[in-house]
Every structure is written in C-alpha cells, then in structure tokens.
Design a protein around this ligand. Structure first.
Ligand code: PEP
Ligand code: MN
Length: 290
C-alpha cells in the first residue's frame, strides 16, 4: 500500500495499532474467537423466532440476527413486523440468553430499535445515509456497518469514520457482496477486501455469505473462505422452514446444515490461530476423533 495520508483517520491502523474488540454481554467480536451470528432474514411470527432462537442457543450460538424493519426492493414484499418483531426477538433472545442484532433503517426509528437491540445493523442501502451514521455516532451500542453494494473500500471506511468521529468507536464492518456483471450469484462476495481491511483498519470485520451469494449451498464454503481470509466472524441466515420463509428462503440454511457449518468454522478458525465460542457436543466429538 502507498504511504500517502488516508482520508480516514480514526478507523485507521495508523491511528490505533491494536485490534478493536467489541464487548457484549455474552460474547465479544474482534478478539481471539471468531463470532457466529445467525438467525432468520426476518422475524415472521412468535413460533418461528422462538423455534429458531431455541435451536441456535442449543447450538451454543451467542448472537441472534433478524430483521423487524426490512428494506425490501419491492414495496409489495413483506416489510417486517416492525415494533412487534423487535419485541418478539428481544423476548426470544432473553429467554435463551442470546444477544440481538437487528437493522435500523431510519433515524426516526433509532430510539425504538436501540431499546431492543444489542447491535444495530446498518443495511447496505443505508451505508451512505449520513444522517443515520451521525445519529449512530451518538449512541453507546455497537453498530454493524454493512458495505454498500456499490461502495469502494474508501467510501466504506469513511462511512465508519462518520460513526467514530461522532464518538462511537464500537463499529463492526460487514462485507455482504457487491454488484458486478455476474448474475449466477445474488452478489459477488468480495473476500479480498477482508485482509485489506485488516491491514488498513483496527475495526473488526465479519462476512455475510447469505446476502453475499443468495444460495444456501454456497454459504458454508464461503464462510470458511471468509475465516481463512482473516475475518472476525460470519453472519448467516437460518430458518426452521426455509421454503416457507417470507424473505430470503433460498439463501437460508436448514437446521441440520448449522452443525456442519459450525464444525467447518471451528476447523478453519484453528488453522488461522483463532478460537470459537460456539463449541457444542458435536464439535467436541469431532475434535476428539481427530
Ligand atoms: C439482511 O441482513 O437481511 C439485509 C437486508 O442485509 P443487506 O443490507 O446486506 O442486504
Ligand atoms: Mn436477508
């Protein structure tokens, strides 16, 4: 990399050498262990979110994802359960001891989402919503900043700079795929950005291979690739009945695919000198048989 002064400062390695570790009640992101965030694309009803949350907690997964306010390409698509979704998700997560990751779409929803979320997600369509970024710079909870689908690395890091410069240094970057000419996958997952971000910034970076590929079968291999490239974690979509999901069914894992994903991630983490905090009986059994 060239040495000319970067337009971003607070997010840069020059400003802060040590990795930023985001501490949460039951886990952390950016430390020795890689993180696994899982859940449905959207909260759909009580039975769905409680069933998924119970399953994930049994798998020893610490963070539950799920949209209550959904940014959908079509105004006729399911837009999420809104406040009811936030309440359901919080109740499920509290019952099973998990943390909540959910999207905040607008500044006027910030107070509401803040009440129920442990990590506030900024979606790809909002990465350059500077009003929202400024508002998020004033809160004391972590922000998961997705990469804009047409954004360069520099634009992404400058978006993070907005949040840090206002006083919130708890930012987690999330690569979720970018727009290219390729249409065999939903997006093109840019994994080369991972080691590049790691060299330029102290912020943790995770990867979302569900939005990144749009194809369930590609989620596990791309999760492994993300961890091999040095990502601090992955966020994946999982559903109790993917074929009936109200959004993103084709990219949602079946329950029985989660175990395999966890074992593969545990192995990949090991290769990179990292650990996991989603150890379960099956992974232990697998490691004992090595
Ligand atoms: C999501 O995580 O379900 C989502 C809508 O993400 P993105 O903003 O990356 O499309
Ligand atoms: Mn989704």
């Amino acid at each position: 990399m060239d040495n000319k002064r970067k337009p971003y400062q607070l997010v840069s390695r020059e400003w802060k050498k040590e990795d930023t570790v985001i501490k949460l009640k039951n886990t952390e992101i950016g430390g020795h262990n890689i993180a696994l965030i899982a859940g449905p694309c959207a909260v759909e009803n009580e039975d769905q979110i409680f069933t998924i949350c119970e399953f994930l907690s049994k798998q020893n997964i610490k963070l539950l994802r799920g949209g209550a306010y959904k940014p959908r390409t079509s105004p006729y698509s399911f837009q999420g359960l809104k406040k009811d979704g936030l309440i359901l998700m919080r109740n499920a997560a509290d019952k099973y001891g998990m943390g909540v990751v959910t999207e905040v779409m607008d500044t006027n929803l910030l107070d509401e989402v803040y009440q129920y979320a442990d990590i506030l997600q900024v979606g790809t369509r909002n990465m350059q919503n500077y009003q929202l970024l400024r508002a998020l710079s004033k809160i004391d909870k972590p922000v998961l900043l997705k990469r804009g689908m047409s954004s360069t690395l520099e634009e992404w890091l400058l978006a993070a700079e907005y949040i840090l410069s206002g006083g919130n240094d708890k930012v987690i970057l999330c690569e979720r795929g970018i727009r290219t000419f390729e249409n065999a996958t939903r997006n093109t997952l840019d994994l080369s950005i991972v080691p590049l971000v790691k060299s330029l910034s102290h912020l943790p970076i995770i990867v979302d291979p569900s939005q990144g590929t749009g194809v369930r079968e590609l989620v596990t291999p791309m999760s492994m690739a993300a961890i091999a490239a040095g990502a601090d974690g992955v966020m994946v979509e999982v559903h109790n009945h993917p074929e009936e999901a109200l959004s993103d069914g084709p990219q949602s894992l079946y329950f029985d695919q989660m175990n395999n994903l966890q074992i593969k991630l545990a192995q990949t983490a090991l290769i990179n000198g990292r650990g996991i905090d989603f150890m379960n009986a099956q992974i232990m059994q697998f490691e004992n048989n090595l």
